[in-house]
Structures are given as C-alpha cells and as structure tokens.
Design a protein around this ligand. Structure first.
Ligand SMILES: [Zn+2]
Ligand SMILES: [Zn+2]
Length: 185
C-alpha cells in the first residue's frame, strides 16, 4: 500500500509569507496538509481541481502546528476531519488524536516539537519511498537556526529523528520539496 503526494503550492518567506500546501491521496482518503496563507484561495483550489479533486471531497486536513500561515484556509474544506497534535475536530465534535489517518494506512503523524512545542510531521509511505511533510525545515536553504523556534535543541532532536527514518523527500514549511541529501551540500 502506498499514498500519492502532490505539492499544491510551494510556500516562501520574505516580504510576503506563504505556507507550503500539500495534497495526499490514498484510496478514498483525500488529505490536505497546512492549508494556510497563500496569495489567494485559488492558489489552493486551482491546483486541487487540476488534479481532479473538488474541495468537498477532502476528507482530512492536517495542521503541522497552530500558526496562521499553516491554518488560515482550513475552512475551505467543509467535509474534512481536522487533525492537530491534540485531537481530531469535526463540526462540534472534539475527538481523540489519531496517529494513522483513517482510510490511509500509509499516512501517519509524528510529534516533532521544536518550532513550537506542538509540531506534527506527516509521514507518507509512497512507491518512491518515505515523504515527510514538516515545519522542521522552512526550506532546503534553511535557516539552520529557526529564529522563531520555541526550542532549537528540541528542533534539532526532531530533525535527527526524521532524518533517521531516511526519507526520500522532505516537504518543508515554506518551500518546494527537496531531497535530504541537499541538506549536506
Ligand atoms: Zn510557525
Ligand atoms: Zn511557517
């Protein structure tokens, strides 16, 4: 079993800030990770529809952490269960945290504190290997020291933990996907 990953929008930081938004599909489960700040809602909806997905069909939304650049547009997805480090939210139901997304056995959540104490990384098994969506890196280019980190030492420990899983691809908080090898160069 494996899931399919598509980056809907590659984020950036600078005068303007946008988060990286990612689509993950496995069987009938359709997951959007970090539907946060983007130039306009179409920056999420257009690439989604181009992949044949209507926003009503999104079953799950995952927040890497609770900053608006990663959460602002969650309400686009009216039928989604919303996951964070604590719980699963749906309408007025505050449910128990899950570690594996229901219907998507290849998609799991890992606590990776550092940027905030409540950071989650999403681990996705694909046919090309493990893909990790995570705010542990803003982008391939850094910064190595996260100036907004709650705890740089926790961040570095979480980075080690993720790299030990030998991902083939990392999808960072504010940039395009990159291969971990790119961090060593
Ligand atoms: Zn943040
Ligand atoms: Zn961010």
């Amino acid at each position: 079993m494996a899931a399919q990953v598509d980056v809907l929008f590659a984020g950036y930081v600078g005068e303007r800030v946008a988060g990286t938004v990612t689509l993950v599909r496995e069987n009938d489960t359709v997951i959007v990770i970090d539907p946060g700040m983007v130039p306009s809602r179409q920056s999420i909806l257009d690439p989604l529809r181009a992949l044949g997905v209507q926003e009503d069909h999104v079953t799950d939304v995952i927040f890497s952490h609770h900053h608006p650049d990663h959460t602002l547009n969650a309400a686009l997805f009216l039928n989604a269960n919303v996951h964070d480090v604590w719980a699963v939210y749906r309408d007025d139901v505050w449910g128990d945290r899950v570690d594996v997304i229901r219907g998507a056995p290849s998609v799991s959540l890992l606590d990776t504190p550092g940027h905030t104490p409540q950071d989650l990384s999403t681990l996705i098994r694909t046919n090309e290997g493990l893909v990790v969506c995570t705010h542990l890196w803003w982008s391939q280019a850094g910064p190595i020291e996260d100036p907004l980190a709650d705890s740089q030492s926790a961040l570095e420990e979480s980075r080690r933990q993720v790299l030990a899983l030998e991902p083939t691809m990392i999808i960072p908080g504010h940039g395009p996907a990159f291969t971990p090898d790119a961090l060593n160069g």
